[in-house]
Design a protein around this ligand. Sequence first.
Ligand code: NAG
Length: 321
Amino acid sequence: MRRQTVPWWRLRPYLQLCTIVLLHLHSTAAADVLPENPSAARFKSTSMWELVTESEPLDVSAAGSQIQCSLLCLRWPDCAAANFRPEPSGGGTCTLLSTQVGTSVEVAETGAVMLRLPGTCRMLRNLHYHTDGVYRHRGLAAPLYCDMTLNGGGWTLLTAAVSNEGWTAQYVIERRRDTPGIDIDYSIVGLGDWLKSTRLSSRPFKYRIEVGGRQRWGGIWSAPSAYSLASSYSNQTEGVELMEMFDSWGPLSIHTPQHIVPWVNTRAVLEGYPLLSTTSELEGQWWGTLVTAYTGHGVSPWILSAETELFNGARLYWLRE
Ligand SMILES: *[C@@H]1O[C@H](CO)[C@@H](O)[C@H](O)[C@H]1NC(C)=O
């Protein structure tokens, strides 16, 4: 007799039925904004993959179904992700993880399913959160300010610079981490690589820069996934592409931003003036700078020809991983 195994895609309708567990959300101000300590959260299966992290799992136990596994994760205070691997005999193994960052293994044949709490604004956006503002959730590494509307939404605010006061390279890495906002000096560049690594594919990431107004004097760039958001070198330039320009500040010159992933000047090159910058450290100029403590250029020297217009106004730096 010929034995046949069920192809994984036959399980798909069943899995899809189970993939989304929506639990009641108590919201604070806006309907889409998560409360600080939610008693419930949304889970969504992202794929037929299993998440493998370096850290020890919080718990490994038997569960009757994927939904039961996700409920176990919900009840576990530090759980941010869960793998459910069904057993042929029914039920399955439920592994709870404290982090959603890791590598993934395709386990399509066994129908294993990975559940993750949203870790970034893009993930929240994919779960249909559409309101701009601060999101707080235990699956997030920190409260995040999300732009859910412009340029397709799903943008996580990395840095807002509204002044040149008090900035240091260390503050670019982290400043006012717990109170994100687009109208204060704030930065979580140090979390950038974590946010980026929540995505399991090696597709390029995007960053957006707005200067002197929303969707003004900056643009959207795409960069290879291996590039670090916390690099202290200005050499992450190969493969960086400007996808969209806000206002017309091109073509590139020493007086414009460069197609270089903003780097953090922890080495104090260029006399330590640029702190977060797209400029090349080899040019001797430092236009294209988002954050500085120098007081001679308003908030920061960004584009020379538009300098008067851009003297003040927020510099906003966003990531969509
Ligand atoms: C940039 O330079 C640093 C220091 O020399 C080096 O470690 C790094 O690999 C370089 N990165 C790229 C993208 O060239």
